[in-house]
Write a protein that binds this ligand. Sequence first.
Ligand SMILES: O=P(O)(O)OC[C@H](O)CO
Length: 915
Amino acid sequence: MFQRLLLLFDAGSAPAPVLTAARHLAPAPESIHLYGLAPERSELETHPPPSLTVLAHLQDATRDWPVRAGVSHQLETHLDIGAFIQTATRLGSDLVIVGPLLGTSPRARVGVILALAIRERMHVLSVGAHCPETQAPGNRIGITVAPDGRGLGSVAAFLTGYARPVELIALTSEASPDRAGELQTLSRALGIAETPRIESLLEGRTGRAEAFDSAALRCGADLLLAPTDAVDDLRALSIGLFGARAMQEAHVPTLLLPRTLPASSLIEERYAVSDSLVLPGLEPRFAVEGVGFLSNVSVPEPGELRVFEGGAPLGAARHQGGTAALPSSWFSHVRGERALAFAFTGDAARDLAPCHVVAPERPLLLLDSALDRAPLEAAFSMMGEVAHLVFVRLRDSEPLDMHRERLRRSLPGLGRPLLLDASAWLDDARAEDVPRQVDAQRLLRVATRLVAGGARIIAVVTRDEHKPRSPFIRTLTPDELLLLPGGPVPEPLPVPEEPSPFFRELALAGGGVCLGGHAIDFELDNARARESVIAAIESARSSVHWQCYIVEDDAVTARFTEALKRAASRGVRVRLLADALYSGYGSFGAMNPALVALSETPNIEVRAIAPLTGMPSLAELKQRNHRKVTLIDTERAFISGRNMGAPYYTGFDEVPLRRTSSYREVPWLDCGARLAGPLVPVLESAFLAEWTRAGGQPYPVPSATPVGTLSARLVLHEGLTDTHTLDTQLALIRHARSRLVIVNTFPLLLELRDALVAALQRGVRVEVLFGSVRPHYGQGIHFPGGALREVADWYVRSRLDEVIAAGGVAYEFAMPPAPAWEPELERVFPHVHAKLLVCDTAAVALGSANLDVTAAYWESEAMLVVHDTPFAERMLSALEPLLAGSHRIDREDGQWRADAGHRAWVGRNWPSLIG
Ligand SMILES: O=P(O)(O)OC[C@H](O)CO
């Protein structure tokens, strides 16, 4: 019956199930067009690319399939829904077959399926990852039946044209007598003698799609018919019948029958807007989005938003991607709760999007809007009277309307739920580069921003397994909420008094207080840094404690370990903590020889942080301890970006670089600080906590007296628990008035990137010194080896694009010729490993924290923020010649502009997990 087939497949999926299902429905088509998604096609090193292998399989298998007009194909790098639908309409396809598409998000996959079936009114066959490779004998068809019977008309229409005898099984959650009668009528109309079997869905499945799939599998159905006439609202679409992931993973091919009835809310065209809070120290923030999963409504960009209260205009403001921070003055009259409405300028055809804004009169209870019903009910019954229940949506992949509707149904006594959008408050680019595993931390970050703006928060209730922590905001898991004893509701935790909003935000962000009485100097020169650490070890009297992420087994590490052994032989207690994975010490059987030799020395103890043995989880791989700290007698400390090994502690002029030198021989630019004063025991306590966690015995931590005049704060971040270093970096960027200098080569977290763009827009000069992960020399010639690192270079650069477009200046770090180098090298472009941020002359942050997603959320970091103008000026003076000698890139740079496409490609296709 089907004649013109369009088959959508991708590189990661097996071709056999797709072909089997397609041939079953179209034994003799007129034409087949194969539409492949092949992100690898420009990766020349993969030979043959997997997508081409799948394509070859499909072409091969169509050879004995009688296709009159032939088989054509095209390969695309990613699924562009609009382009795909255009292809389907251009070809006049009457059956679109969609494979599992394992390289595409399930939601995008279901988006294309539903757009075709509901809006374009085409038949779409969805073939899941677990569908059979061969066709079973027989012809058993399952039908998904809506509780009110809608959709049976299109089932009848399809079966009338279906030439073969079938056995029908109706799958329904409601086996009522009415349903049995309708099905009997249907089967008689189709000339089927037997009344269809009626099978009930198993309760307790996570979603309707999974329940239908498992019922169809249980009944031995070869095909499942899903009439899209049965889909009538957004809820049914998003969380009901068509669970996106379940469809992608399905065991039985599902044929979606095209829409014949009008599709109400699925194709409605309007906007929805999140609610907001009015706080004394923070602009209210809103997120506007298009409603209607299949509608053509999209947020205009760039654009202006008009805001109304009671029909009267409040004003118009610019929005960025639908997110807007509106002037507080518009809302100064608001007491309690007010209704607002939003509209985009020039879009009068759309209805105004309503929302509410609250000036809180009671403390807040902040809840993840995706919490289950039980904790929601518990929160409402415990705190509904004394607190404003404020819900936060953490991902915009789940529409605002859906959250509001679910909250309304879960808490009928609540009235209209107040729903904030996390990305609007965090400005985190809709968390596109941030994994869902850290959403609990994002929720706490929203709470921290609200508290910085003056909100009082009783607690934050998260949904995720990783419980975030803050010294100033109580956090509760659903279980903890359910177990809260009765009695008075606890007060919000106290927030420190600080002399200025800047310091208040820093205190809230980092949890660390600013202490005076320090002597601090920094070191950008690797050789001097090395000698300084060795001299400190040589002078140690009682203890040397060293925590490191990477310990290389090389000659520079040997210099340190020899010094440590000499100290130990004088009776100094040496305790060394190394990340078990990245130092190759105790994970998967690896035993770093340098550390083994140390551990065998009297007075030296070496401990591994978080060893891995079996198959690790993503969190185990990513939640590593990235701190780099050395403590001498609890009197002096080094807090650094440097790991232990040659790249970090070798001077550029100490290596006789040649054109034939391996890329590994090129030293890196790095930075660390030497510190004495009251923060040293704080750092020692942090080491002690890690030490005992790794199985070490506790030891006493003495206090320290002031030794100098500098003020500083220590920011300790614990991976998957808090975001102290990220929030501190953001606070510094947000408060910069005239100049920001960043030295780092990791792909900027989008939120940090956008904060830098915002700084540029308010007139701050922004400079970024970055390096070459794959070092090169002269006019772009790479040192031998490390070819894959070049991709990382493109990725790092892709995250600088918007900063440069907004007027920022980037410098690709270059070193002038050194006497020890072969003259033909000219300039050398090394890696920049320092993690450094200078905010005006008000603050310098340095330590282990990169500016990427891994440092921000997953890993544990140690960072020092020095609040001292002469110190910042010294740092800027030291950086000035490095910037001047580097390759300057601004938005006028021809080569930078010419490479834009390449950067964009890598930026799109690099897995954000790595970033
Ligand atoms: O070189 P490091 O010590 O900054 O560590 C690099 C890792 O990718 C950290 O995420």
